[in-house]
Every structure is written in structure tokens, then in C-alpha cells.
Design a protein around this ligand. Structure first.
Ligand SMILES: [Zn+2]
Length: 231
């Protein structure tokens, strides 16, 4: 993935991309646990304070397990597909039993019922980093909306709207120097116009401006996420 420089006003983003505090580390966006090895050549990193960088890693590991278990219907280390998730489940009996606890198997199929507040909190943190990186905007306040859903549950029309931003074009142009603006002019990495494909099949996202500033992410081509901030 080609690295895109940001030419936006450097006074807008000065600190941690998550909280705005003093940045003394860098954080991966998306978190590495949501990707498989070998990792992409150019990993996206954002300035982060120590606390934001380290406070979420348990949450992010948990989310990676939830997505993989829900996708495969399994909670057993030996039966999931992603090696990193298999390793985490094998190493942590507590994590494995927490996955079993949110799974229900009925005659209608296998369902998972994760703590959605926790899911939305984790997704919001990652989306905030994408928004800062792509749109050159920092949203310290809470988003207007955070939606998380399996893509398979969307209607055809809803899926079309989710996949295509403003009919394939950004409805309003983002900050002139931002990466989103440069991608608009130069094209997108991967084979999905409008999306930044970080790792095919594992993680992609888009960021743009519609009625508000919107970040969409897709995890494992299974879980769709949309986070919207007002202006
Ligand atoms: Zn921070």
C-alpha cells in the first residue's frame, strides 16, 4: 500500500489522534490484531499518547475474537480460521469461555450476542483514528451515530448505499490537503473504488463527508461499521 502524505494545516492535528493529548507513541490504525501475517508493507500509524495506545489492546483482541467466532460459528481454538485468534483462544481459557458464553445454538442456527456497547466503543476509537488520518479532522466529541452489523443482514439497497459513498463520489470534498482528497484524485489502494483496502478479505475502510463526517469499516468481509460525526 502506497503511503500518502498529508498536506493539511498542521495546526489542526497536533496531538494524540484519539484524545488530543500529548502524543509520544504511534498506534496502528487498524490495530494489528485485526490483520493477518504477513502484514501489509506500509502499515498506517497515527500519533498517540501512551494511555490511548495501550488501554485498548485487550478490547481489540476481544473484538478480533468476537468477529472470527461469529464468522465461523466456532469458539474452539482448533476450529477457527485466523491463526492469531486461535492462538489467543488457546492461551486464554477466560477469553475462550467468554466467547462460549455469548454464543447460543438453537434450531434456528448459531448466534453470538456480544456486549454491543463495548463493540461500539472499540469501533469508535478506530474510526476516530481513520477520520484524523484521512480527513485531517479530529473529533474529540462523541459521534452522532455508531452502527455495527453483519453485512449479510443488509438489504440489497442498504448494502449498495454502504459500499458506495455518495454514488461513488464524495458528496462534499474533504480538506484540500487531506489524504481523502488526495485519494479522490489519485485513486484508491486495492480494487474497491472509494475504499482503502488495508488487507484484502480482512480489513478495509473509507472516510468521507456526507451529511456529516463518516467512517465506514469492514472487518473480515463480515462486520460492517459506520461511525458518523456532525460538523
Ligand atoms: Zn490519547
Amino acid at each position: 500500500m502506497k503511503r500518502i502524505e498529508c498536506y493539511g494545516d498542521s495546526r489542526i492535528l497536533t496531538g494524540c489522534y484519539h484524545c488530543g493529548g500529548k502524543a509520544n507513541t504511534v498506534d496502528h490504525a487498524p490495530p494489528k490484531v485485526l490483520l493477518d501475517k504477513p502484514y501489509p508493507d506500509e502499515m498506517i500509524v497515527v500519533p498517540s499518547c501512551y494511555v490511548c495506545n495501550n488501554s485498548a489492546s485487550l478490547d481489540e483482541s476481544w473484538l478480533a475474537c468476537v468477529v472470527e467466532c461469529a464468522l465461523t460459528g466456532e469458539v474452539d481454538a482448533a476450529r477457527v480460521s485466523r491463526p492469531v485468534v486461535a492462538k489467543m483462544l488457546a492461551r486464554s481459557p477466560a477469553l475462550a469461555s467468554s466467547m462460549a458464553a455469548i454464543r447460543s445454538i438453537t434450531e434456528n442456527g448459531t448466534m453470538f450476542h456480544p456486549d454491543m456497547d463495548r463493540v461500539r466503543r472499540i469501533i469508535t476509537k478506530i474510526a476516530r483514528a481513520h477520520a484524523a488520518y484521512e480527513l485531517h479532522e479530529h473529533f474529540e466529541h462523541e459521534p452522532l451515530a455508531v452502527d455495527v452489523f453483519p453485512l449479510s443482514l443488509l438489504s440489497d439497497q442498504a448494502l449498495l448505499n454502504f459500499e458506495n459513498f455518495g454514488d461513488g463520489k464524495l458528496a462534499m470534498w474533504p480538506d484540500v490537503g487531506s489524504r481523502a482528497m488526495q485519494r479522490l484524485l489519485e485513486g484508491y489502494p486495492g480494487d474497491r473504488p472509494g475504499w482503502v483496502v488495508v488487507q484484502k478479505g480482512r480489513y478495509r475502510y473509507m472516510a468521507g463527508v456526507e451529511d456529516g463526517s463518516v467512517v465506514r469499516m469492514v472487518l473480515s468481509e463480515y462486520l460492517g461499521c459506520e461511525v458518523t460525526w456532525d460538523f
